[in-house]
Design a protein around this ligand. Sequence first.
Ligand code: URP
Ligand code: ZN
Ligand code: ZN
Length: 474
Amino acid sequence: MNDFDCVIHGAEVFVGQSLARCDVGVRNGKVAALAERIDGGHSRFDGSGKWLLPGGVDAHCHIDQPPNPGSAARGAQMADDFESGSRSAAFGGTTTLIAFAPQFKGQSLRDALQVYHARATGRSFIDYGFHMIVSDPTDDVLQHEIPALVEEGYTSIKIYLTYEALRLSDRQVLEVLDASNGCGMLTMVHAENLDCILWLTDRLERQGKTAPRYHAESRPMLVEREATFRAVALAELVGAPILIVHVSGREAIDVIAEARARGLPIVAETCPQYLFLSSDDLHTEDGAKCMCSPPPRAKENAPFVWRGLQSGALSLVSSDHAPYRFDESGKLKYGPRASFRFIANGIPGLETRMPLLFSEGVMAGRLSLAEFVELCCTAPARIYGLLPHKGQIAVGADADFALWDPTRKTVINNALLHHNVDYTPYAGMQVTGWPTQVWVRGELVCNDGVLKGALGHGQFLRRGKHGVPMRANA
Ligand code: URP
Ligand code: ZN
Ligand code: ZN
């Protein structure tokens, strides 16, 4: 008796590639047994009628990021810190997040990391890691810091081809890719062409076109397609793997699919905003609420993103949670009539990522349950060096689970969510299926809408080397 700390019984459990009726025994934060019937347990939880899925891994979120001194929207404050961000993630079925730690020019990566550890330590309900944003690839960064960080469990970095304060030249991209490739660091690329965006923005402003909807016109698909093509070409030249983040539509997906068909180690991520929002959402009075980069595309685009997920051209779905309130602290920092240039980019999405994809993917028949788990849990864990501990339910893995009620109908509204943002772009959407209980390393964090977890239970994750195969589709 009481051999297990916790037993979840009666649920359909996602093991291997499908649901199976079995009980789950948890000991010391790990899955200790999977069996048809497990008796005992210090605590027992009845999961009858529900699906026990691996906890989600959200590998792209911006939390408590300091305002970028070089950005046009400088001064806008992110609404979520690690407490509210991780709480919100947990209520949406996510048990691991990987946030960004940005390096500002003149700063070492190590200093940037320290700032982030100070913000996260003792302040997260779920486990977390960091990707560094490299904006100043000095010799020291390339030769010493990147290899040292890999050894310490920081195995991915993000670089930008846009934003004036962050953009790297092609030469710098080559140098970063070369340094990263040599030591097993995975480079994530934000692929949009800065000069095209600035030229288009100046032209739109001269024409008096400054409303949020012109944000989409300032960075059309071509601008993303060109930068995606260039990122692929630079990676091919070096022979390095890359991960293209927040891919928004057909033209970039075509570039990625072509590169993968040639066997290049290119993987790509998309986000719910490219499936569920469109450029029409920028046309409203409060269009700033849906402003992110790349922007939501024309309505006709979403089926191509679904197809990219089905075909494997897109390997994972992350939120790109970038939380700004719709007030003067965030989106409206420069007033309600400010040009789109001065409106902070980004939308909240940590909590809605999995319910949206579950409902419109699995329940609507666009994705199998196995594909959903792969895209939201297992692939991000594999790619970012977290397997076998995260992203799957298996004996020996961390006991990170979300128990889903697959029939629950929910109309999304902001009052339901647990972030610190005052809106959700998905308000009014009805979804089928929602996680009702969530465990992180065996600790019940959310129970039927009630927070049970302890702040500080979330631990920093030292990650292994990335899992991008050196030949696509290998
Ligand atoms: O608009 C977005 N995506 N803001 C967050 C920053 C980024 O580039 O991902
Ligand atoms: Zn980005
Ligand atoms: Zn982002």
